[in-house]
Design a protein around this ligand. Structure first.
Ligand SMILES: NC(=O)c1ccc[n+]([C@@H]2O[C@H](COP(=O)([O-])OP(=O)(O)OC[C@H]3O[C@@H](n4cnc5c(N)ncnc54)[C@H](OP(=O)(O)O)[C@@H]3O)[C@@H](O)[C@H]2O)c1
Length: 334
């Protein structure tokens, strides 16, 4: 398998490390900053051994030259920024797995871009998949958990994480360091609205996975503001008092018919200097009542590990944008 990495930041570097440790061939690496371009990937990503891959800003040229089977995209959060990168990968004849948060199920948040990419992937006979944390956890775990249920009235899940353990891209996606106009905002989300909260495509992905029809989703965003200066490792500056330190998004999909469960997902992404734990809690109300806690520590493996474990599934998938529901259960491939 020949793999290219698009975005050599925290996540891309982590994926590169795991690929090297598993003996999977890396053929190209794309970044944009002059500090990275022109250097060996091993040097930029902190790998154990040289790769012979020189980081380039010319994705189209590199993919045409090296012909990867799959491109791993670790560069952006939203399809509005990400569509051209995915299109470049697909046009080169490569499959693509992206960790863009919106990509976990973008059909309802960015339907036009998703349909364009789906058509392009079919035309080129390759597949696109939104992987990353959402895959095994925010969508996969919910679907798996209720496999034991007799009746499901509500699924409520909550994720807490520290965005400062990722790179600067995610902090700008969340608006960290900006000043909000209002501290709490509630909207019924409409297609093509900018910056869909990370919880929304994941909730849409689980709803789709459960076979629920499209329904309105209410999104409440509460900004958490710094009360005193807080150092951000990723931004390399203080978040000043009154600036956004993080946010708590809650997405709710009410049942539309008898037998449908209520879905409610909250994601709390708030900077906590030096804190490296993250995790989730799940409750299922129904028969039986269920509860589950997950917790992670030790870096970004819960994202990068599952991306690497998914590569072969994406290559094997039917052409087009592949939904979570169409994928096999994620499996360890070490
Ligand atoms: N779904 C998930 O589980 C999950 C988990 C973590 C992160 N993410 C998302 O994944 C993305 C990457 O996260 P990260 O922590 O690795 O961020 P990061 O450290 O800021 O890295 C982003 C990388 O993308 C590159 N990049 C951005 N725009 C580019 C462009 N136009 N051309 C070439 N390269 C470009 C940057 O290049 P330069 O360094 O050269 O500027 C950088 O190397 C973020 O959007 C984040 O929200 C998703």
């Amino acid at each position: 398998m020949k793999v290219a990495i698009y975005g050599v930041g925290e996540m891309g570097s982590g994926v590169a490390k795991l690929l090297q440790q598993r003996g999977i061939e890396i053929v190209a690496a794309i970044a944009r900053s002059p500090e990275k371009v022109g250097r060996d990937l091993a040097d930029v990503a902190g790998l154990d051994a040289a790769t012979g891959v020189i980081v380039s800003s010319d994705a189209e040229g590199e993919f045409a030259r090296t012909k990867p089977d799959i491109v791993v995209l670790t560069s952006n959060s939203y399809l509005a920024d990400h569509e051209p990168f995915l299109a470049t990968a697909v046009r080169s004849g490569a499959n693509a797995i992206t960790i863009a948060e919106e990509a976990s199920h973008p059909w309802r948040t960015s339907p036009d871009a998703t349909q364009r990419l789906d058509a392009l992937a079919r035309e080129h006979g390759v597949s696109i998949y939104g992987g990353g944390h959402e895959d095994a956890f925010w969508i996969g775990l919910g679907a798996q958990l209720i496999g034991v249920s007799h009746r499901v009235d509500a699924i409520r899940w909550e994720s807490r994480w520290n965005p400062d353990t990722c790179g600067p891209e995610i902090l700008s996606s969340l608006g960290v360091g900006e000043r909000p106009e209002q501290q709490t905002v509630t909207v019924e989300w409409q297609p093509n609205m900018p910056r869909p909260p990370f919880a929304l495509p994941a909730l849409d992905g689980l709803a789709h996975r459960l076979g629920l029809p499209d329904a309105p989703r209410l999104v409440t965003t509460e900004f958490v503001l710094a009360e005193k200066p807080v150092w951000s490792w990723a931004l390399d500056r203080n978040i000043e008092a009154g600036e956004i330190l993080g946010l708590r998004d809650t997405v709710v999909r009410e049942p539309q018919a008898v037998g449908e469960p209520l879905l409610q997902f909250t994601v709390s992404g708030v900077l906590r200097p030096g804190v490296h734990d993250s995790g989730e809690s799940w409750t299922v109300e129904g028969v039986p009542n269920l509860a589950m806690e997950t917790s992670f520590s030790g870096g970004t493996y819960q994202v990068t590990g599952q991306v690497v474990n998914r590569l072969q599934d994406v290559i094997d998938a039917a052409p087009g944008w592949v939904t979570h529901a169409e994928m096999p259960a994620i499996a360890y491939r070490g």
